[in-house]
Design a protein around this ligand. Sequence first.
Ligand SMILES: Cc1cc2nc3c(=O)[nH]c(=O)nc-3n(C[C@H](O)[C@H](O)[C@H](O)COP(=O)(O)OP(=O)(O)OC[C@H]3O[C@@H](n4cnc5c(N)ncnc54)[C@H](O)[C@@H]3O)c2cc1C
Length: 341
Amino acid sequence: MPEDNLYDISIIGGGPIGMFAATYAGMRSAKVQLLESLGQLGGQPQALFPEKTIYDIPGFSSISGKDLIRNLNTQLQQFNVDVYVNSPVLNIQKTEKNQFKIITNNRISYSKSIIISTGIGSFEPRRLRIANAEALENDKLFYTVNDPSIFENKSIAIAGGGDSAIDWALELNTIAKDTIVIHRRNQFRAMESNVDKLKESGSKIMTPYTIDNLSTDNSHNNLTIQLKKVRTKDTVELSVDALLVNYGFMSNNSILKSWDLDLITTKNNLIPVNSKLETNLQNVYAIGDIANYPGRIDLIAVGMGEAPMAVNNALESLYPEKIQPKHSTQLVKNIKNNENN
Ligand SMILES: Cc1cc2nc3c(=O)[nH]c(=O)nc-3n(C[C@H](O)[C@H](O)[C@H](O)COP(=O)(O)OP(=O)(O)OC[C@H]3O[C@@H](n4cnc5c(N)ncnc54)[C@H](O)[C@@H]3O)c2cc1C
C-alpha cells in the first residue's frame, strides 16, 4: 500500500462539522483526508440554506449559510488536508492490520481511524406531487433559494409550516412585492418568535390549505396555484410570480448499513456514540447530525465542539505515547506559509 494512501484520520462527510474536524486534524499535524459525496463542501448550510441568516454561531452576531461555509473553507485551507469532493464513500472494511479500507466510487484509500460526519446523509428536497410540478421546477417552482434577488419585487407564495418556510417568508418579505404563506395546518412548526414575526410582517397567511394544482398562463408570466381547503371541497386560486416549496427534505443514510456499525434504525440510521464520540467499532468516531447520544441536538455549535473531541480522542488512541497538545497556540507552527515555520 503506498504510504501517501494511508491516513491517520479519514473524515467522511464534508458538511460544516466534517470541515472543522478536518481543519482541527490538520492543525494537529495528523495525516488527514476529507471525503465528500457532493461536488461541493458545506453540507446542509451550503446546499439547503445558503442565503438564510444563522444567528447561533459563536462569534458571529449573524452569518449566512454560504458565508459560514466560505469561512470554514478558508480556515481549512491553512492546513495540509487532502480534500476529495464527488467522492461518496460506499464502504469501509477492517483490514488485517487493524486499519480501514475506504472505498469511494473512484478510489481506494486506507486509514488508521475514521470520523463519520455524514449528517443527514445524501439529501434532496421533498417535492410537490402534482402532475406538472416537474416541468415548472426552477422556472416558477423552487425548492431551494440560491439567489434571493430573483424574487425581488415579485409575488411569492411559500408553502410549508416549518422553520425553513417561515425563515424564507421573513427573509423574502423584505425584497418581494408580497409574500403568501400556505400551510396545511393552522399551527406552524417553526420557532414561536419567528411565527409571531411572520404574523406582524404583512405576509398573507393561508391555512389550512393544500396545493391541488399548478398552471401557467399563455405568456408563462403568472403561476396560478389552486388551493384546496383541508377537509372541505372549497377551492381558491392564487396568482403569483413564483412558488417556493419548503416541505423539508428526504435524506438517505442507508449506505451506512453495510459498514458493520451499530445504527439506530428507528432514527434515520443515526450512530450511537459514547462520551468520547466512539462508535461500536474501535477507532471509528461519529460527530455532527449523524451522531446520537442522550440530549444531543442538531445544531452547528454542538457539532463544532464534537469535532476537536473526536480528533483528539482518535490521535490519543493511535499515538498514546505522544504528548497531546490541545490549545491552538501550541499548534500554530502547523499553519501553511506561517512566518514562524
Ligand atoms: C433549513 C435548515 C436551517 C437550519 N438552521 C440552523 C441554524 O440556524 N443553526 C444551526 O446551528 N443549525 C441549523 N440547521 C442544522 C444544521 O444545518 C446541521 O446541524 C448541520 O448542517 C450539521 O452538519 P453536519 O456536518 O453534521 O452534516 P451535514 O450538513 O448534513 O453534512 C453532511 C455531509 O456529508 C456528506 N455525505 C453524506 N453521506 C456521505 C458519504 N457516504 N460519503 C461522503 N460524503 C457523504 C453530505 O453530502 C453532506 O455534505 C439548519 C438545518 C436546516 C435544514
